[in-house]
Design a protein around this ligand. Structure first.
Ligand code: C5P
Length: 222
């Protein structure tokens, strides 16, 4: 039996990629599998938390008892987050790989090939920064972000922790093919204002348990 030490708490977790429409049949997205976010949701649920999982399109099976909200775009993800945390949540974890850009104007008809040109130009604009917005709106007591980096992992992650006003950032090196995107294992560095912690490389499910532990302890001491 697992101790129900998160009973009474509401955890909100984002997972997976976002999908930004170019036109009704095409989109911009990324390779996020959603595995880490779903594993975190499963761990928090097992310890008794009420969990809202706001997910982009993925192949993962939602854990039993989760409140799953499926979205596509970053705008939809932000709206779902704000709604889920109308009453302040205890913990928010942004494990989603939010697309940085969306179409300035998504066309409502399929774009046609132009026979007179080999080039096409799409104008993209920045998506809202979901996690930074939630920090500004004070939607959760503790806000945890992820930082997928290919170089200067710790330094860049620390920058994001500060810039976005997060409590905890979980950094991983996505240039390594054995961990991260679409892999079942992950190795991360957990960074707060006070400390840095590097748990051993582990299955995402096992790592999720350790991360939920760390986050819960952080809520007790801050
Ligand atoms: O993409 P970036 O490295 O800035 O992501 C860091 C953190 O910010 C992640 O937790 C991610 O889910 C979140 N993020 C977000 N909205 C964005 C971009 C990133 O919430 N538009």
């Amino acid at each position: 039996n697992i101790e129900q030490d998160l009973a009474g708490q509401h955890w909100v977790i984002t997972a997976g990629p976002t999908m930004e429409a170019i036109d009704p049949v095409r989109y911009i997205s990324n390779h996020s599998s959603g595995k880490m976010g779903y594993a975190l949701a499963s761990s928090a649920l097992k310890r008794g938390a009420a969990v809202t999982l706001i997910s982009g399109p993925v192949q993962c099976i939602p854990p039993k008892g989760v409140n799953l909200i499926s979205i596509k775009s970053a705008d939809e993800m932000l709206a779902a987050c704000e709604q889920a945390m109308e009453k302040q949540a205890d913990v928010f974890i942004g494990a989603a790989a939010v697309a940085d850009f969306k179409m300035k104007i998504a066309t409502d008809q399929k774009m046609k090939k132009k026979s007179d040109s080999d080039e096409i130009q799409l104008t993209l604009i920045k998506n809202p920064d979901i996690i930074a917005t939630l920090v500004q709106h004070n939607r959760s007591k503790i806000i945890v972000g992820f930082a997928a980096e290919t170089q200067n992992v710790i330094e860049y992650a620390k920058g994001k922790l500060e810039r976005k006003g997060l409590d905890i950032i979980i950094a991983n090196d996505v240039s390594r093919s054995d961990i991260g995107f679409n892999q079942d294992e992950n190795q991360v560095t957990v960074i707060t204002k006070e400390k840095t912690w590097e748990p051993a490389k582990a299955a995402k499910s096992e790592l999720a348990n350790q991360l939920v532990n760390f986050i819960h302890e952080h809520t007790q001491t801050n």
